[in-house]
Write a protein that binds this ligand. Structure first.
Ligand SMILES: Cc1cc2nc3c(=O)[nH]c(=O)nc-3n(C[C@H](O)[C@H](O)[C@H](O)COP(=O)(O)OP(=O)(O)OC[C@H]3O[C@@H](n4cnc5c(N)ncnc54)[C@H](O)[C@@H]3O)c2cc1C
Length: 288
């Protein structure tokens, strides 16, 4: 590891001042589950490491104004075990429970994952699918970003590196909305190779709103409008859902790597999309 300055400020203002002073030579560390390996491998060599773990009262997962608000020090495990999440947006807990292994979930933060924008990350898929609101601070004040459209490829987002994500807000789901989330991991605790998240609203047995987002197969979460359009305003028969899932696979452009060829990832996307949509439709139907 190379030498760097270490700071552990106790206020958001001090974090922002340090980020402003050091610009792209600074790095925030929250859970350290992605950054620590990068530091050890010298893939990241910040001049100043800004540890945000001493910020007070930032580990909340709470319900406010019909939104689930997740503070920047809430760990994946806090999301997994939150009663508020379980009641109002259970897909967040389902996904958090399957991130990495127990150490990763105990230390890694949900907001850190949103900010880090790892192409294989699960929270960015949810932020896109559910159009979360991302709250960010700089020395110039607070900014709010829409989760749908926040990601722009390999580790690229709407925010600069000198920005602190303080909170992410997810909408509370209505009774007639259901979600499904599926991923393929080559081994237990590994990063996913392909993921699909789906959300469906049913009114009188007809799909009146649908979202389908893939992750890991391209350098960021991708919404698949071709699959969504095929289901919108339609009865979700098995054939129609199967065709929408096919469309999901046909509209991703995966990069082949040691985990699989592009063809494999396309087929995997189709399979996961079918399962995610089936689950979302079933759940939406249960409470319609
Ligand atoms: C073995 C292993 C398996 C994993 N498997 C999965 C998986 O299946 N799914 C998945 O989604 N993730 C997985 N992860 C990643 C894990 O979810 C991390 O917790 C997450 O990517 C980053 O969160 P962190 O709090 O640890 O961030 P850190 O490692 O502390 O930081 C990561 C990056 O984000 C920036 N950052 C952190 N917090 C903020 C903030 N509040 N505002 C602005 N920038 C910030 C940092 O500057 C840094 O560049 C895995 C990690 C490991 C080690």
């Amino acid at each position: 590891m190379h030498d760097f300055k270490y700071a552990s400020p106790e206020s958001v203002e001090d974090v922002c001042t340090l980020l402003d002073e050091h610009g792209t030579d600074a790095a925030i560390i929250s859970g350290g589950q992605s950054l620590m390996p990068m530091l050890r491998l010298r893939a990241a060599q910040p001049e100043c490491l800004i540890d945000i773990n001493r910020l007070p009262d930032r580990d909340y997962v709470e319900l406010t104004d019909d939104e689930i608000r997740i503070g920047c020090l809430a760990r994946h495990v806090d999301v997994e075990r939150s009663e508020v999440v379980e009641e109002h947006c259970p897909v967040l807990a389902e996904v958090a429970a399957e991130i990495g292994d127990m150490q990763v979930r105990n230390r890694g933060t949900f907001c850190g994952s949103i900010a880090h924008a790892d192409p294989s990350g699960d929270p960015p898929v949810l932020a896109t699918l559910l159009d979360a609101m991302i709250v960010a601070e700089t020395v110039d004040g607070t900014d709010w970003y829409s989760g749908d459209g926040f990601y722009h490829g390999f580790y690229e987002t709407d925010i600069d590196k000198n920005t602190l994500v303080t909170e992410v807000r997810f909408p509370v789901l209505d009774d007639n909305q259901g979600t499904g989330y599926e991923k393929y991991e080559p081994s237990e605790g590994a990063y996913p190779v392909a993921t699909v998240g789906a959300i469906v609203r049913l009114d009188d047995g007809v799909v009146t709103d649908v979202g389908l987002v893939t992750g890991a197969v391209e350098p960021g979460p991708i919404r698949i409008p071709e699959a969504e359009d095929h289901l919108e305003d339609q009865e979700p028969t098995d054939d129609r859902v199967a065709t929408a899932a096919e469309l999901a696979g046909e509209n991703v452009t995966p990069v082949g790597d040691h985990e699989g060829t592009p063809e494999f990832k396309i087929e995997m996307t189709k399979t996961l999309a079918k399962r995610a949509l089936d689950t979302a439709i079933e759940r939406a139907g249960e409470n319609e």
